[in-house]
Write a new protein. Structure first.
Length: 97
């Protein structure tokens, strides 16, 4: 059953934006949502782990702020989307399944 659940989740990678609120739809917006509560208190170059990163909006947004980001997801499709978003925003992060 667990494999089926991950496979179904992986199929969402093409349409995942439908599940993300407008306030977190871009990397910049996603990082801004968490900046005052969490990110603003981190030291520059702090290492951050984004578990279940989805399409990487938050991970890429945090990387664009200069944080050392590792993004992880159970779906290889989500990891590919995260890597693509990082390339599009010209930021460096490590994405893994």
């Amino acid at each position: 059953m667990e494999v089926i659940a991950v496979a179904g989740y992986g199929a969402l990678s093409d349409v995942y934006e439908w599940l993300i609120g407008d306030d977190k739809l871009t990397p910049a917006k996603a990082a801004a949502v968490y900046y005052s509560d969490v990110v603003g208190s981190l030291l520059p170059n702090a290492r951050v782990l984004d578990c279940a990163c989805g399409t990487g909006q938050l991970a890429v947004g945090l990387a664009s702020l200069g944080l050392d980001v590792v993004a992880a997801d159970a779906s290889s499709g989500m990891v590919r989307r995260t890597e693509k978003a990082a390339d599009e925003q010209d930021v460096s992060l490590r994405a893994l399944r």
